[in-house]
Design a protein around this ligand. Structure first.
Ligand code: B12
Ligand code: SF4
Length: 475
């Protein structure tokens, strides 16, 4: 079978806006690489899309004439994919279109009900179903929905998929490209909590028992292979939660420590762990000693009500305890903090920014405008809808702020961000993205805005100071 494989391009992501892009996270896509590897192993001819424009993609589909166009879709590429498949059909192309990825996991019902001109929608991981589909594409397979067998999937598909999920027994390596600084690895799948109201894992988690570790011999194999093939020594784990359930997080940290220590070279890695695990100093010590150089932590809020709204597992005190332990060890951290949501008030924003500035000494510009993104299929959408604040549709939901003051604050932070962004970019060009002397100016302006006083003149002065500091630091 000839397949044209598309990782659908998407609009600008938050990570890359300013200084927040984590050095360890490169835009590497394990999922689509796994799809490619499975297809190739099964003897398919795979053409990987290189365009980021719809007309060029359509032209290439006609030129390569595949039996099937396969597309990986994220929420951020949903609108573009809809346009693409519609236009591809309008151009007269009538062979199979097969879609998958996180947006499909979350929105396959809407996709089929709205009559997207596609043939197959995979709402689980490719390892679980793709081989079976390749051997008989006419079969009804739990995990791959079509318009014809919609009712079966709607009624029992998800449950069957979860029960028959055998990852990591069917673990598949991903196709890779040469020349990265950091390579992604998996050490587990799923999330033991799976209940945050804004997160895809709360509905799209198909992993049995929510979280499953990869045996350490396979992690080791992954690392060694990437080292031998590409010289990789830096790894970024794609796990939602590196350590899993609270009851065994410490044991897993120890196990990973042993594994990294046993490598014939010094490896460094980044990972996401739960706030609860990070509040445990012993766990942090194991990880740091193993080579963890950056941690991603979902604090999400320093406001009790907001934290509850988000359905986080931890309580406020745990956020503070984790911040303390992290600071003590000077571990670079990428804090998840969703400051603005439809129900935020000035007080919510103040608490969140104070937490960021005081507890984490983190002054990243991107954080000032961090707002909740509504992912299709997540529980928080119902809450926003009930409050009459929901706008947009399943392709891209949006919302209004309930509190006028919060709306004004968001507008002021956005305006400040626009004013200062060229200066921040200049700082980034000189590798000053994490420089606290530069960042502190953002803090000052943020505090001025929060105080309700006139801030624009003050911001201008701070920007000028920042500019001269960037120049001086660069001499
Ligand atoms: C690493 C990561 C990133 C990296 C790489 C992104 C990527 N697409 O791989 C970076 C930093 C670039 C990133 C950015 C963003 N991310 Co991100 N990211 C992740 C993370 C933590 C791991 C991704 C991963 O490697 N998973 C493991 C692989 C094996 O799974 P997979 O990619 O889903 O692929 C499997 C299946 O989906 C399926 N599949 C995928 N494509 C196809 C296609 C076909 C035809 C078939 C049959 C099957 C199939 O089979 C694959 C193999 O098992 C996930 C959480 C997670 N656990 O997945 C969030 C996650 C994917 N990210 C998310 C979000 C929201 C974002 C951003 C929008 C954040 C932002 N606001 O800027 C951007 C968008 C960028 C984009 N469009 O890709 C959401 C997606 C929500 C959604 N419903 O679409 C997730 C699920 C987090 C969450 N829990 O909500 N992210
Ligand atoms: S935000 Fe993190 S903890 Fe919450 S459900 Fe998603 S992956 Fe799990």
């Amino acid at each position: 079978m000839k397949v044209y494989l598309i990782n659908m391009p998407f609009f600008e992501q938050e990570y890359t806006k300013f200084s927040e892009k984590w050095e360890y996270i490169e835009d590497e896509y394990l999922g689509i690489g796994i799809v490619q590897k499975i297809l190739e192993d099964e003897g398919c001819d795979v053409f990987v899309n290189k365009h980021n424009c719809i007309s060029a993609m359509i032209q290439t589909v006609w030129e390569t004439d595949p039996d099937c166009v396969m597309i990986s879709i994220m929420q951020t590429s949903a609108g573009l994919t809809y346009k693409f498949v519609t236009k591809l059909r309008e151009s007269g192309w009538n062979k199979n279109i097969f879609i998958g990825g996180w947006f499909v996991k979350m929105a396959w019902r809407e996709i089929l009900k709205k009559g997207w001109p596609i043939d197959y929608a995979c709402y689980c991981d490719a390892e679980e179903v793709l081989k079976e589909w390749l051997s008989d594409s006419g079969k009804c397979i739990a995990g791959i929905a079509t318009t014809e067998n919609y009712d079966f999937h709607d009624k029992s598909g998800v449950e069957i998929v979860r029960k028959k999920n055998v990852w990591p027994e069917n673990y598949s390596f991903s196709s890779r490209i040469d020349g990265r600084n950091t390579y992604c690895i998996e050490t587990s799948r799923g999330c033991p909590h799976s209940r945050c109201t804004f997160c895809s894992q709360s509905c799209g988690n198909m992993i049995q028992n929510k979280w499953r570790p990869l045996p350490t011999n396979l992690i080791r194999k992954q690392i060694i292979e990437l080292h031998e093939k590409y010289g990789a020594c830096r790894f970024s784990t794609a796990d939602d939660d590196l350590l899993g359930f609270e009851s065994q997080a410490k044991a897993r940290a120890k196990e990973l420590h042993e594994l990294f220590q046993s490598l014939p070279f010094r490896a460094a890695f980044s990972a996401s762990i739960s706030v609860r695990s990070a509040a445990n100093g012993e766990i942090l010590d194991w990880l740091q000693d193993a080579g963890a150089e950056q941690l991603c932590l979902g604090f999400e809020s320093a406001d009790e009500n907001q934290l509850k709204r988000y359905g986080k597992q931890q309580v406020l005190e745990e956020n503070y305890a984790a911040a303390r332990e992290i600071r003590k060890r000077q571990i670079p951290v990428l804090p998840g903090l969703i400051t603005f949501d439809p129900f935020a008030t000035r007080e919510t924003v103040r608490k969140n920014l104070n937490f960021l500035f005081d507890e984490l000494e983190h002054y990243d510009l991107g954080k000032l405008t961090k707002r909740l993104h509504l992912l299709t299929g997540t529980p928080i959408i119902k809450m926003v809808e009930r409050a009459g604040l929901l706008t947009g549709d399943y392709l891209y939901y949006d919302y209004r702020f309930q509190d006028e003051d919060a709306a004004k604050l968001f507008d002021s932070f956005s305006r400040y961000t626009n004013k200062v962004k060229e200066c921040q970019k200049e700082a980034n060009n000189h590798k000053l993205q994490h420089d606290k002397d530069i960042g502190i100016h953002h803090r000052r302006v943020a505090e001025k805005i929060l105080s309700g006083e006139e801030w624009e003149g003050f911001a201008q002065e701070e920007i000028s100071k920042m500019m001269s500091e960037v120049k001086i630091k660069n001499l």
